[in-house]
Design a protein around this ligand. Sequence first.
Ligand code: SF4
Length: 375
Amino acid sequence: MIATEVKTRFAEIQEKVLTGQRLTKDDGLVLFDPRTPLAEVGRLANLVRERLHGNVAYYNINTHLNPTNVCVYRCRFCAFRADLRDPKGYAMSDEQILARGREAVDNGCTEMHIVGGLHHKKPYEWYRGILSQLSEAYPTIHLKAWTPVEINWFEFLTKKSTREILEDLREAGLGSLPGGGAEIFHPEIRDQICEHKANAHQWLEVHRTAHQLGLRSNCTMLYGHLENAYHRIDHLMRLRDLQDETGGFQTFIPLAFHPDNTKLDHITKPSGLVDLRVLAVSRLMLDNVQHVKAYWIMLGIETAQLALSYGADDIDGTVRHELIYHDAGATTPEMLSVQRIRELIVEAGRDPVERDTLYHRIERDPHDLTKWSIK
Ligand code: SF4
């Protein structure tokens, strides 16, 4: 396509967005074309974002728990995993896990995000037990746990179906599913970066089943490694199709690849401009997903603030104990205070609103963070 054609096509896309029409795969490719001015794409995405959420930007008070980094897989983009006998490998004890729950409650967290490695020696009951212990001891914390990669592993360990596993985990305290493990669905890329773990079909099937059971979930895309615009659009289309069917995704989170300490460390991490374009295009293509999140841990604080004008309406949370992206070279702080996260949102010209995992608004005593309720 020559430059003038790109311009004409963008005018058509603009008209579609203004009149609320759905964008096609080809439209998505035009939006990813660097000759389509980023500022224009961002302006369109912002329009959609403000149609949906006005001036609000959401955040939550949350913590991460990565119970083990020992993993049977060797995804090429992963800096977090360790081999069974690797000195950096760990698996948390019940006491350590419960102590994290106590810490979360004491800090006013409404959510614990739980993901990790697939430990060679740990049985399914160990993973289930993490949820049951935490939910019994700290019932106010929402447990957003285990990606389809883990659910798939549990199926392998137990020989049970996806539905049986999800029902069992829900009984143990599972509140919703995080969006990780999606990476890039297209096999041309997936087979090069994580050939052994759950494939696109399996990933989507776990979320489909979760949605059928009434569980909500998030979805992600890892970008900035080997993929191109075609693979990104293919990925977004597969998510949009499932969302048309089930409506169970709450939030889409584009995840920027961080190369340090990975097998892909020859790749330069995506620039801020790429980050903003991916966010904006995602907002425009995923017309049936309510929220788009600028995950500040990965994007950096400044880009996350800017992203609130490029399609994002959520900046994630205060976040404690994030390991996965810090192992891969993320230079963001390990956590942000509530006051700081609110200041960052205000500085970006938005109105901060605290939410819980399911986007209920939270009312909180500013002098005692442990006192909160759903509005
Ligand atoms: S991304 Fe997850 S499944 Fe892949 S190696 Fe890392 S911990 Fe294991």
